[in-house]
Design a protein around this ligand. Structure first.
Ligand SMILES: [Zn+2]
Length: 201
């Protein structure tokens, strides 16, 4: 059976679009209203495409389901710069396609980081998150040593769990990842591949 080869482009908001998606003409509509934008966000997945329905895409339906499972449930696809989960599946599909078809590895970058790279504010954004992260940890340590409750192992474990959960919540709800190892890893990646000044020195 002949299958449809996907073809990708990136719009001005950094979203990966598939030119073969059955809703492509809607994606390309100019001056979309707020509700049309919301609708587009919901449609921007292989699962709303006719080729997924007909199972005639280069990516078989089962593979698309597996990719979505890995993305949503197993957090397998993360942004190389901030460590957040990639929300838009087409970003992942594009990466996998280029890797399989052309042996070209492209990094997974979330829309927020893409935007900061585009307008040159990545370091500023990183600095803010780094500051919040350090403050968060310092506050935790001071709070713990101020002995607000009788110090014992159970209280200590409960407090650490609470602070950790708070960080996870910030990451999931606000997409604000303040886990220090993720931040440092992302900054190293940025310095290696995107920071031109760093490269010249
Ligand atoms: Zn990111």
């Amino acid at each position: 059976m002949r299958y449809v080869l996907p073809s990708f482009e990136i719009d001005n908001k950094g979203r990966v679009l598939c030119k073969k998606h059955s809703e492509y003409s809607f994606f390309k509509l100019q001056h979309k209203s707020y509700y049309q934008e919301r609708r587009m966000e919901n449609l921007l997945t292989c699962k709303t495409c006719i080729h997924y329905e007909q199972n005639d895409c280069y990516f078989p339906r089962e593979e698309i389901n597996k990719i979505e499972f890995d993305r949503e449930k197993r957090n397998r696809f993360k942004c190389v710069l901030c460590g957040n989960r990639i929300d838009r599946m087409l970003t992942i599909i594009q990466k996998l396609y280029y890797e399989e078809k052309f042996n070209v590895k492209i990094p997974l970058i979330c829309c927020i980081c893409y935007e900061t790279l585009k307008n040159g504010t990545f370091l500023e954004f990183f600095g803010k998150k780094f500051f919040i992260s350090i403050m968060f940890d310092l506050f935790s340590i001071f709070f713990l040593f101020s002995e607000p409750f009788p110090f014992n192992v159970v209280n200590f474990a409960l407090y650490i769990t609470f602070m950790f959960s708070l960080k996870v919540l910030l990451k999931k709800v606000l997409h604000l990842n303040i886990f220090l190892p993720d931040l440092i890893r992302g900054k190293k990646y940025y310095d290696k591949y995107f920071n031109q000044n760093e490269k010249l020195t």
